[in-house]
Design a binder for this molecule. Structure first.
Ligand SMILES: N[C@@H](CCC(=O)N[C@@H](CS)C(=O)NCC(=O)O)C(=O)O
Length: 189
């Protein structure tokens, strides 16, 4: 089912989502909403998003708003790609990671690389929920699965920045990455 984005080009938060979609290579059907005609206040729109803000993303039955949350959600493509490796490895006891799956993760890193061009964090100069959501997956892919990000300097620098600046990173994220790495090493031994 195609993603549908109710949007308004004049708004920075909407354009952040456009760029996030572009960086991720995702197609979307754009439905422009004219804020100055109050189209966002129509009952059918309010039924979908009672806060009547744009952007509003519809993915099947699921509706989300707030650009930062939408960007995090879209970045969620990383997590399924990670899961497509971890489930065969840890649940189905496969003994190797297929190259195709490594490539799908690297493709996601390549999108991130572009997305981080000229930016400290995924949505700008300060970290947001998008960084918190993404670093937990990226650090597990790199640190736990050993799929490196060396070819992606922006991603590497961002990872370092997250590690140094996100509150609780060392205490709440790193031990899990290390534990996951040990389990993967056992499975692949
Ligand atoms: N924090 C929100 C802000 C969204 C927002 O306030 N959008 C404005 C346009 S810039 C809007 O839709 N206003 C219409 C309204 O509140 O009725 C986000 O990032 O999505």
């Amino acid at each position: 089912m195609p993603l549908v984005l109710h949007c308004y080009d004049g708004s920075p938060s909407n354009r952040a989502v456009y760029m996030c979609l572009k960086a991720l290579g995702l197609e979307v059907i754009k439905k422009p909403v004219n804020l100055f005609k109050g189209e966002q206040l129509k009952p059918e729109f309010l039924k979908m998003n009672p806060q009547h803000t744009l952007p509003t993303l519809v993915d099947g039955d699921f509706v989300i708003w707030d650009s930062h949350v939408i960007c995090s959600y879209l970045w969620g493509v990383l997590f399924p790609r990670f899961m497509s490796i971890t489930v065969p490895l840890l649940v189905l006891k496969c003994k190797e990671i297929p190259e195709k799956k490594k490539t799908s993760v690297k493709d996601a890193f390549a999108f991130m690389e572009k997305f981080l061009e000229g930016r400290e964090y995924l949505t700008g100069a300060s970290y947001t929920i998008a960084d918190i959501c993404c670093i937990s997956t990226v650090s597990t892919i790199v640190g736990g699965l050993g799929i490196g990000a060396d070819e992606y300097p922006n991603v590497k620098a961002w990872m370092k920045r997250c590690r140094e600046n996100l509150p609780g990173y060392e205490e709440l994220n790193q031990p899990g990455v290390d534990g996951y790495k040990r389990i993967v090493a056992q499975e692949l031994a």
